[in-house]
Write a new protein. Structure first.
Length: 480
C-alpha cells in the first residue's frame, strides 16, 4: 500500500492536484482576508459615524439646555437604548472630568486615563484597550461653545463578535471546500491526463512486443487540446514508422528474391572462367560479364533504395525552381539516337517556359525513364510525342507512344516493383522504371496516370504543382 502511495505521490497527476489545491487554499484565504477587511472597515465606519452623530446631537443639546439636561439625556438614552449604548464624558477645558458614564456591559476599560492625558485635539480618535486586551473603546472629542470638552465613544466588542462569527462560519466552510477542491482536482487531473496514460500504454506495448502494429488504440477525447494534438502526432508517428518498416521489408523481400538470378549468373560465369583449359581471352570475357552483372545488381539496389526512400518520405530533395522545358528537351536528345536507329519519330510540343519546384536531378530521372519506356516499346517506324502545358496552375506533361500498349489485366500491376509484363520480358530492363517514376512524383507532390489499350499505344500523364500551388505538396516529405 505504501509503495502504491509513493508511486502516486511521484505522478504528475498528484503534483498537479496539489497545485490545484494550493491555489484553491490561497484563493480562499485571499477571499477570506478581503472579506474580513471590507467587513471590518464597514463596521468601524458605521461605529464612527454613530459616535460623530452622537457628539453633534449632544453638543446641540448642551448649547440649548446646558449641562444637566445633557447628562440626563445621556443617561436616558443608555438606559432605554440597550442595542446601541455609548460612552460619554464631559470635562473642563483643562480636561478635569465633570461627568463620565460607561455602559455596564463594557467592563475593563480604565476611563480615568482620559483625564490623565493632555487635553485631546478635536477630530482625533483616542483608543482605550480593555484590560484583557480583547476590545477597544474608540473615543472622539468635541469642543463645546464654552470651551468644555465633550467625548463620546463605543466599544469594538459588538464589531469583534460579528467578525468572529464570520470567521467561524468561513472556517467551517473552508475545510469541506478544500477537501472538495482536492478530490475534484484529482478527478479532473486524471481525466485530463488520460491521453498521456494511453500514450504510456501504447509505448509499453510497443517496447514489450517489438511490433508497431501491436499498439493499443489511442482515442481522441477532446480534439484541439494540446494533449490530444500530442496523441494525434503520436498516432501519425506510429503510422509513419509502420510505413517505413513495411517499405524496408518489401524492399528487402524484393532484393532477396530478384538478386538470386543475377548473382547465380555471376557465380556461374566466374566458375566457368576458373575451369581448366580456358585461355586469357575467355577469362577476360568472363570478367567483363561479371562486371556487367555487378553493375546491373548495383543499379537494382540503388533504384530500390531510391523508391523506398521516396515512398516512405525519407528522401532528401534539393528543391529549387526547375524549368521543365530544357529537362524534357535534354531527355529527348538523350534518346534521339536510339529512336533514329528504330526509325521512331520524336516530336516535342513545349511552351517557352514551364517552371515547377523540385529536385532537377530526380525530375530528369522521371522523364528519362518515361522516354526510355516509350522508345523501347515503340516498334520500327513508330512515333513518340512529348507535350507539356500549364493547366489550372499545374504543369502537365504527356508522353505518348504508338507501341503495343498495355493489356487491361496488366494495367493495375505496372507500378509494382520488378513487375514485367509478358510483352516486356523480351526487352532489357529491371522492371523498376515505372515504380521509380511514381515514387519520385509522389515525393514532389505530383501524380502520374497511365492510359492504354491493346495495340493502341501507351499514354502517361504527369502532373506537377507549379510554384503558386507548391504548397499542396506532402508536408511529410524531407527537404533540404
Amino acid at each position: 500500500m505504501f509503495s502504491r502511495i509513493n508511486r502516486l505521490r511521484k505522478t504528475a497527476v498528484f503534483r498537479l492536484t496539489l497545485w490545484y489545491s494550493a491555489v484553491l487554499v490561497l484563493s480562499c484565504f485571499a477571499v477570506l482576508g478581503l472579506t474580513y477587511s471590507l467587513l471590518f472597515t464597514s463596521l468601524r465606519r458605521d461605529d464612527r459615524t454613530f459616535i460623530r452623530s452622537k457628539l453633534g446631537h449632544l453638543a446641540a443639546r448642551y448649547d440649548e439646555a446646558g449641562l444637566q439636561a445633557t447628562v440626563k439625556e445621556i443617561e436616558d438614552e443608555n438606559a432605554f437604548a440597550e442595542d446601541e449604548p455609548y460612552f460619554a464624558r464631559l470635562a473642563e477645558a483643562d480636561n478635569r472630568t465633570l461627568y463620565v458614564t460607561l455602559p455596564a456591559r463594557w467592563p475593563g476599560f480604565d476611563v480615568d486615563l482620559l483625564e490623565r492625558q493632555p487635553p485631546p485635539t478635536p477630530g482625533t480618535w483616542i483608543n482605550l484597550t480593555q484590560r484583557n486586551g480583547r476590545d477597544v473603546l474608540e473615543t472622539a472629542t468635541h469642543v463645546l461653545a464654552d470651551g468644555r470638552l465633550l467625548q463620546a465613544g463605543q466599544s469594538s466588542g459588538e464589531r469583534n463578535h460579528v467578525l468572529g462569527h464570520m470567521l467561524r462560519v468561513l472556517a467551517t466552510v473552508i475545510g469541506p471546500l478544500v477537501l472538495g477542491g482536492f478530490v475534484g482536482g484529482l478527478f479532473l487531473a486524471r481525466r485530463h491526463f488520460r491521453p498521456v496514460r494511453d500514450l504510456i500504454r501504447a509505448a509499453k506495448s510497443i517496447v514489450d512486443t517489438g511490433r508497431v502494429d501491436a499498439r493499443v488504440s489511442l482515442p481522441v477525447h477532446r480534439p484541439g487540446s494540446e494533449l490530444e494534438q500530442l496523441v494525434t502526432l503520436f498516432n501519425r508517428m506510429l503510422e509513419r514508422i509502420e510505413s517505413l518498416i513495411a517499405g524496408m521489408r518489401e524492399a528487402l523481400d524484393n532484393v532477396a528474391h530478384d538478386l538470386r538470378t543475377p548473382l547465380t549468373r555471376l557465380r556461374g560465369t566466374a566458375e566457368a572462367a576458373l575451369l581448366p583449359g580456358h585461355d586469357l581471352g575467355a577469362a577476360r570475357e568472363a570478367l567483363a560479364e561479371c562486371l556487367e552483372e555487378s553493375d546491373e545488381i548495383l543499379t537494382m539496389l540503388t533504384t530500390l533504395m531510391d523508391i523506398s526512400e521516396a515512398e516512405t518520405g525519407t528522401m532528401k530533395l534539393a528543391r529549387e525552381p526547375v524549368d521543365l522545358v530544357p529537362v524534357l528537351a535534354d531527355a529527348a536528345d538523350l534518346y534521339r539516337f536510339v529512336a533514329e536507329e528504330k526509325a521512331v519519330t520524336l516530336s516535342l510540343a513545349l511552351p517557352p517556359e514551364l517552371v515547377v519546384v523540385g529536385d532537377p536531378h530526380r525530375l530528369r530521372q522521371v522523364f528519362a525513364n518515361l522516354m526510355d519506356n516509350a522508345v523501347k516499346y515503340t516498334p520500327w517506324g513508330g512515333r513518340v510525342s512529348i507535350a507539356a502545358s500549364e493547366q489550372e496552375g499545374q504543369a502537365v506533361v504527356v508522353v505518348e507512344d504508338t507501341g503495343p500498349g498495355i493489356p487491361p489485366e496488366e494495367m493495375p500491376h505496372i507500378w509494382q516493383r520488378l513487375y514485367r509484363g509478358d510483352k516486356s520480358r523480351s526487352q532489357p530492363g529491371l522492371g523498376l522504371g515505372l515504380s521509380l517514376v511514381r515514387a519520385m512524383l509522389q515525393a514532389h507532390g505530383g501524380t502520374v496516370e497511365a492510359a492504354s489499350g491493346p495495340g493502341a499505344g501507351a499514354r502517361f500523364t504527369v502532373v506537377l504543382p507549379m510554384p503558386s500551388a507548391a504548397g499542396v505538396a506532402d508536408p511529410n516529405i524531407s527537404q533540404m
